[in-house]
Design a binder for this molecule. Structure first.
Ligand SMILES: Cc1ncc(COP(=O)(O)O)c(C=O)c1O
Length: 480
C-alpha cells in the first residue's frame, strides 16, 4: 500500500457518519414522480429552493450580467483576467450592503473587512487556521451542524468540545453549560481558543435571544477567547421574534466587549439559495485576522464570474428587498403547513421561526431511550418510509429521538408525497394500539381520500391527537 498523510487516511471528513449515509441511500435510489415514485425523498439537505424562480426572472431581465450573452460579453476579458484576492470592490460593497439589509439595516458592515472564502465551509476553516493551533479547542453548543467536525477539525487539527444543551429548556445556551464545557476542556488538557455559535441554529431552526447573546459575549470576554458567529441563516427568519446579530450586540451601550475577539461567518448558500456558487464571507472586527484571512483566501477564492454576477444582483435594491420578503413568506408558508401536517399525525417539533428545517420529536417512537434505538428508527425511516431525514446523534444531540427534516429543498408535489408517506407510517404505528374492530375499518381507508378527510379520520377522538403518546412502531420492533 502506498503511504499517504495522516489527514488523507484519517476519518476526519466524517463521510461515514449517518448524516452522509442518508445522502448515499438517496443517491442510489432518488425519488422521481414518474421514473422512481418509490425512491428515497431527500429531506436531509438544507437547501433553499423556494425562491429560485424569483431569481430566474431577475436574470431574464438582466442579460448583461452573463458574460456569455451579447449584452455582457464586453466584460469577459477583464473578468476572466481578474484574480486579486481582495475581491472585486463592487462585490464587497454589495455583500456588505446585503449583510446590513438582512439585519434590518440596524448595523453597517465595512466592505474593507469582507474576506471571501469557498462557502461558509472554507470560511470556518480559514478562521480556525487564523485563531488556533493543532491540539487547541473550540466550544460548540449542541446540537450542531455535522459539517463542523469536518470544517473546523479535519485539516486544522483542533478539537471541538460540546456545550451540552438540553430539550428541557428548548436547547438554550446557558452560562452553566458554557462553564461546564470549558472545565471539561481544561480537564482534558485542551486550551480553549474560541466558541462557535450558529444563529439561527442548524438544526434547531431557532434564534438566540438578546440576553443569551449578551451572556455569550460576556463569557468569551471573561475567558478572553474568540467568538465566531455563524449567521448564514440570518435571512431565513420568517416569523417574530426578529433576528439579532452578534454585530448588533457588540454595539449596545451596556455590553463590554473586546471587538478583536468577534468574527462573523456568512454565506449566500442558505439566505439566497446559492450553495453552488460557493460564496462564503469572513467578517472580522480584528484587523490582524482580516489581513491573515485575506491572504489565506487565495486557497478558496470566489470566481470572478460569480463575483461579477453577485455584485450586480445584490446592488439592485428593489430586487434585494423583494427577494428577502418573498423568501420569508415562502418559508413561513412551508414551515406552517409542514409543522401542522406533522402535528395532525401526532408528531411534535421544537417551536422554531427560522431555517430550512424542522427539529422533529420522535422520542415516543423509540423502543428505548438510546442512540441505538434512534439508529434503528432512522433505518426504518430511510429504508421503508423512504425519506432521508437526519438523526439527532449526527448533530451531537445529547438526547436520542430527535430528527432534522428539511422542507425547503423540494417542490409542493414532492412535499405532499413525503407527508403522505409520513402519515401512512404513523397510521401503521397507530394500528398497533387501536382495538381490532376499529383497525379493520381504518385499514380499508384508501389513500386517495382528500387530505382533510384523512386527517379527520386520524384525529378521531380516542385514536390520536397531536399530544397523545405514540405507541412503539411495529416496524421498529421488527428490525434489529
Ligand atoms: C450552520 C452551517 N454552517 C456552514 C454550512 C456550510 O455552508 P456553505 O455551503 O456556505 O459552505 C452549513 C451548510 O449546511 C451550515 O448549515
Amino acid at each position: 500500500m502506498v503511504a499517504m498523510s495522516k489527514i488523507a487516511t484519517g476519518n476526519g471528513h466524517g463521510e461515514n457518519s449517518p448524516y452522509f449515509d442518508g445522502w448515499k441511500a438517496y443517491e442510489t435510489n432518488p425519488f422521481h414522480p414518474s421514473d422512481r415514485p418509490n425512491g428515497v425523498i431527500q429531506m436531509g439537505l438544507a437547501e433553499n429552493q423556494l425562491c429560485l424562480d424569483f431569481v430566474e426572472k431577475w436574470l431574464m431581465k438582466h442579460p448583461e450580467v452573463s458574460l456569455c450573452s451579447p449584452e455582457g460579453v464586453s466584460k469577459f476579458k477583464e473578468t476572466a483576467l481578474f484574480q486579486d484576492y481582495h475581491g472585486i470592490p463592487e462585490f464587497r460593497q454589495a455583500v456588505a450592503k446585503f449583510m446590513a439589509k438582512v439585519r434590518g439595516d440596524r448595523v453597517k458592515f465595512d466592505p474593507d473587512r469582507i474576506v471571501m472564502s469557498g462557502g461558509a465551509t472554507g470560511a470556518h476553516e480559514s478562521l480556525v487556521f487564523c485563531l488556533a493551533d493543532p491540539g487547541e479547542a473550540f466550544l460548540v453548543p449542541t446540537p450542531y451542524y455535522p459539517g463542523f467536525d469536518r470544517d473546523l477539525k479535519w485539516r486544522t487539527g483542533i478539537e471541538l468540545v460540546p456545550i451540552v444543551c438540553e430539550s428541557s429548556n428548548n436547547f438554550m445556551i446557558t452560562r452553566e453549560a458554557m462553564e461546564a464545557a470549558y472545565e471539561r476542556a481544561q480537564e482534558a488538557n485542551l486550551r480553549v481558543k474560541g466558541l462557535l455559535i450558529t444563529n439561527p441554529s442548524n438544526p434547531l431552526g431557532t434564534i438566540l435571544d438578546r440576553e443569551t447573546l449578551k451572556a455569550v459575549v460576556k463569557f468569551i470576554n471573561e475567558k478572553n477567547i474568540h467568538l465566531v458567529g455563524d449567521e448564514i441563516y440570518a435571512a431565513t427568519v420568517f416569523q417574530e421574534p426578529e433576528f439579532v446579530s452578534i454585530s448588533e450586540i457588540i454595539e449596545e451601550d451596556d455590553v463590554v466587549c473586546n471587538r478583536d475577539l468577534i468574527h462573523i461567518v456568512y454565506s449566500l448558500s442558505k439566505d439566497m439559495g446559492f450553495p453552488g456558487f460557493r460564496v462564503g464571507i469572513i467578517y472580522s472586527y480584528n484587523d490582524a485576522v482580516v489581513s491573515c484571512a485575506r491572504k489565506m483566501s487565495s486557497f478558496g477564492l470566489v470566481s470572478s464570474q460569480t463575483q461579477h454576477l453577485i455584485a450586480s444582483m445584490l446592488s439592485d435594491d428593489d430586487f434585494v428587498e423583494n427577494f428577502i420578503a418573498e423568501s420569508k413568506e415562502q418559508l413561513f408558508k412551508r414551515h406552517k403547513y409542514f409543522t401542522w401536517s406533522l402535528a395532525q399525525v401526532g408528531i411534535g417539533s421544537l417551536k422554531s421561526n427560522a431555517g430550512l428545517f424542522i427539529w422533529m420529536d420522535l422520542r415516543k417512537l423509540l423502543e428505548e431511550k438510546t442512540f441505538e434505538a434512534e439508529m434503528k428508527l432512522w433505518r426504518v425511516i430511510i429504508n421503508e418510509v423512504k425519506l432521508n431525514v437526519s438523526p439527532g446523534s449526527s448533530f451531537h444531540c445529547d438526547e436520542p429521538g430527535w430528527f432534522r427534516v428539511c422542507f425547503a429543498n423540494m417542490d409542493d408535489n414532492t412535499m405532499e408525497v413525503a407527508l403522505l408517506r409520513i402519515r401512512t407510517f404513523m397510521m401503521k404505528n397507530n394500528e398497533a394500539m387501536v382495538p381490532r374492530p376499529k383497525l379493520c375499518r381504518r385499514s380499508s381507508l384508501k389513500l386517495s381520500l382528500s387530505r382533510s378527510r384523512r386527517m379527520d379520520d386520524f384525529m378521531s377522538p380516542g385514536i390520536m391527537s397531536p399530544h397523545s403518546p405514540l405507541p412503539q412502531s411495529p416496524l421498529v420492533r421488527a428490525r434489529n
